[in-house]
Unconditional design. Sequence first.
Lengths: 436, 256
Amino acid sequence: MAVKTGSVERLVGSYHAWATNGASRVPVWLKDLREGGIARFGDLGFPNMKQEAWRFTSVAPIAEGAFELAKAPARIPTLEDIRPFLLFEAGYRLVFVDGFFQGSLSTPFFDDVQSLAHVVTHRQDLVRQYLGQYAVTQDRPFSALNTAFVSDGAFVHVPAKATIAEPIQLLFLSTGGKPVMTHPRNLVVLEREARASIVETYASLSEAKGPYWTNTVTEIVVGDSARVDYHRVQRESPRAYHVATTQTHQGRDSTVNLHTVAFGGALARHDIGAVMAGPGGTLILNGLYLLAGEQHADHHTTIDHAADHCESHEYFNGVLDGKSRGVFTGRIIVRPGAQKTDSKQTNNNLLLSADAHADSQPQLEIYADDVKCTHGSTVGPLDPRALFYLRSRGIGEHEAQRLMTYGFAAEILGRMEVAPLRAQLDGIVRRRLAEQ
Amino acid sequence: MSKHPLLQVKNLHASAEGREILKGVDLTVNTGEVHAIMGPNGSGKSTLAQVLAGHPAYTVLAGTATYEGKDLLAMKPEERARAGVFLAFQYPVEIRGITNSYFLRSALNALRRERGEAELDPIDFLQFLEQKLKAIGWDDSMMNRPVNEGFSGGEKKRNEILQLAVLEPRLAILDETDSGLDIDALKTVAETVNKLRSPDRSFLIVTHYQRLLNYITPDVVHVLADGRIVKSGGPELARELESRGYDWLRDGVMVS
């Protein structure tokens, strides 16, 4: 499907209006970063379905949606309003509404858990060192556009050898009152031997009825022997458009456990890039998409084994009902010299209706010879043998179907270590299955 | 207590994928009895077990099966289970993402609801489970793993026997539970079955080998060949089959 060029020009126009207006008082390096982003986006334009990375996903509704930058949140929610999205009230938390940081709802920690807008001026040297250095924009128009509009988002910095025990909650809420676009930009840096657990949630407030567009980028830099447990929950409204990039970069002997769950959005695209830059790293990429109606979710993962003796385990399960469509592309690159790589990828798709559809594409590019790489993918309905097994134990047919579908999701949720998050997601899955 | 038929199968014909496998099975199992069904590969032993449990891949062409006076073949698989029919699978199935504990409690509670009993919550269930686990030599670590996922062949079979012990059926059908088991596991299975033997519970043990019957003494042994029961007798028939094989019976069928 062709995308009208007018929409690109309109966005470039919005950028210039914004950049010359309120967003002009920023450091030069940031201005340069933005200018680079908009120039790149102007060159690339919106992707089309002739491009390999976008074969199954049309972004025409986003390009033609005439989304505007919000000037301010349509409404500031109360703590009561956001409570359903919180895992606990203690701990550090950053809350954003329509892209704007809400200090009154947040519990930051000095300049280490803070809004990006604040640290861009207060910790310039540190931010500058990392921001925009990992999420590539060369062939990524949405990352480029996000980079053009970098202004606020979450910043988490964990100093060397420090541990933040309680999970840090990053909450991005949309009011959905007007067709606005937001470009949250998040930067997470763990210095060597640091440790943290983070939950990044995108959700809509109850009144969000209309379409809106979230285009977010998160860069996660993990130093030598550091460990991050990163959880990403996408539960936008069913009319929302959600485009996201999560890019990790791992040092020697580091661990990244990256969990991602996609429940919402009319159209959701999530690009996950993981670079294993130092030897001995471990990566778990654990994802679930649960779709119904006419939802479309596209996950594009790239694991780049750039160093030797790294281990990556990727598990993605999709549960697709109604006329929904799930796309999974799992690219694994093993660079020359990345010997003793151990990489395992599985993508299982459960089709609950005859009109649901899943595309699963593993892409292995292996340039080293002493490696272990396996992949497997399945697309199909509930296993009739398992269904009979459950029924033969007295479990009714409908309950057996529900149980098996739940198990498909629970398999992914069970890998998450944050118990209140698991309980929250478990509740969402159960409610969704009860509706079916 | 006088014996009465728990299961009566008459002239049962059944097919799978258009091929007739059971060609007129007649079988009566009284309450409290242990019956063994033996026979060569492909004789229809497993088909009989699966048809009695209600496997949808099989089509009943003719005949009847009456369980506790009711038409078994008209019941859904879950209804049969709730009425007390249990099949220990030859190839137990993996259920991804569902722990063994959750699965077993769901099954037990489905049966308890049917009987008008209160459902067990997770804590009560674990207490109830403890002694059952001990009997098969397991601790509860096996209960937190997804059903049969990554289980060895022997663990899968033990899991079937655990389900048998938990669900306490009236008619337990064991489909080649002994195949692929080492001697210790075999003894555990036999011990559990022997402990569960009671005047109001019956067993139908499908097996290719006589080995299991060294530890579980059946009341009646049947030989199934080419979809029919061709010979029935006492425990000595199993020993005879062990020493002579099945060929003499197959020949017998051919000449009769």
